[in-house]
Design a protein around this ligand. Structure first.
Ligand code: CAA
Ligand code: NAD
Length: 279
């Protein structure tokens, strides 16, 4: 299987890694060499950790050897499937899928790792809606079991079956849902995160207390503010905006504090500061 991944950020690097662990031939693209280098180091560190714990079937060198790094979209022409994991922005994703629709061989399947943007709208932009689908991995990809599979209006049964099979071969559990804003995962998760941010804004408690209450009280592995920093506050805001616009109810209105932090460049872990500060 020739597996393409576009975007070598935290999600794209993880998806490329688990595809290579499954034995696929992987091509990973970002817009600049330095982003590819960063993605490569993330994969190397993760593989080293998994190897140390005896959780890899092959050597880290063999796994990373299956990944080629490129800035050229033409290198995706012969892919069987291409998963997009670039910024959560509908216009930017549509432009990319219009290019991919022209470049990737006609039998190739195009998939988006979007957190919330309508799959049907991206599918239309690709020009091959029956061979288009949502393949939503969870962060951190190497450790999380779920792939949420989202069928667009025209997604064919063959496309859905192909992606379900690919997810299983990558060691994941695929679960399917229909194309509504935020799907299931972020329609349920993100309002909780947004509400935790609202609690900070209103002075209900300090961030540490909010996270501690949700961790110890609900047995969540991470508190909602730690998780927001982990996901990226820019991504959280983009998802809330899609929910608010798409579902129309004011209960999905992004917290003004979330908006302000993104405006200030406080994006969480990836920028070194969000609700907490990172080394
Ligand atoms: N690759 C390999 N190993 C990794 C890793 C990675 N990417 N990330 C962490 N690890 C390792 C750590 O190094 C650590 O190793 P040691 O035991 O040797 O120290 C081990 O995994 C366990 O990690 P931690 O001790 O730091 O923490 P943990 O036991 O809490 O597990 C976690 C980490 C799995 C991330 C857990 O905290 C968790 O499940 N958090 C919630 C994650 C979550 O909710 N994800 C979904 C986000 S929403 C989303 O993805 C959708 C969207 O569209 C926004
Ligand atoms: P990120 O900011 O870490 O990475 C995005 C990468 O895409 C960057 O390296 C950027 O340079 C690159 N990029 C931008 N435009 C590009 C293009 N045209 N071609 C190639 N590369 C391009 O973002 P992320 O957190 O990895 O999120 C990526 C996608 O995955 C988003 O749609 C997001 O909503 C979704 N997602 C995120 C999470 C999460 O927890 N962060 C979880 C599931 C899904």
């Amino acid at each position: 299987m020739k597996f393409g991944v576009i975007g070598a950020g935290q999600m794209g690097a993880g998806i490329a890694q688990v595809a290579a662990q499954a034995g696929f031939t992987v091509v990973l693209r970002d817009v600049e060499e330095r982003f590819l280098q960063r993605g490569r180091s993330v994969i190397e560190r993760s593989l080293a950790k998994l190897h140390e714990k005896g959780k890899l079937d092959a050597t880290p060198e063999d796994v990373i050897g299956r990944v080629s790094f490129t800035t050229a979209l033409e290198d995706f022409a012969a892919c069987d499937v291409v998963v997009e994991a670039i910024v959560e922005d509908e216009a930017v994703k549509k432009a990319l899928f219009a290019d991919l629709g022209r470049i990737v061989q006609p039998s190739g399947i195009l998939a988006s790792n979007t957190s919330s943007i309508p799959i049907t709208s991206l599918a239309t932009a690709s020009g091959r809606p029956e061979r288009f689908i949502g393949m939503h991995f969870m962060n951190p990809v190497p450790l999380m079991a779920l792939v949420e599979v989202i069928r667009g209006y025209a997604t064919s049964d063959e496309t859905a079956a192909f992606v379900v099979d690919a997810a299983r071969r990558m060691g994941k559990t695929p679960l399917s849902c229909n194309d509504f804003p935020g799907f299931v995962s972020n329609r349920v998760l993100m309002p909780m995160i947004n509400e935790a941010i609202q609690c900070v804004m209103e002075g209900v408690a300090e961030p540490e207390a909010i996270d501690g209450i949700m961790k110890l009280g609900m047995n969540h592995p991470m508190g909602p503010l730690t998780l927001a920093d982990f996901i990226g506050l820019d991504t959280c805001l983009a998802i809330m905006e899609v929910l608010h616009r798409g579902l129309g109810d004011d209960k999905y209105r992004p917290s003004p504090l979330l908006r302000k932090m993104v405006q200030a460049g406080l994006l969480g872990r990836k920028s070194g500061r969000g609700f907490y500060t990172y080394g």
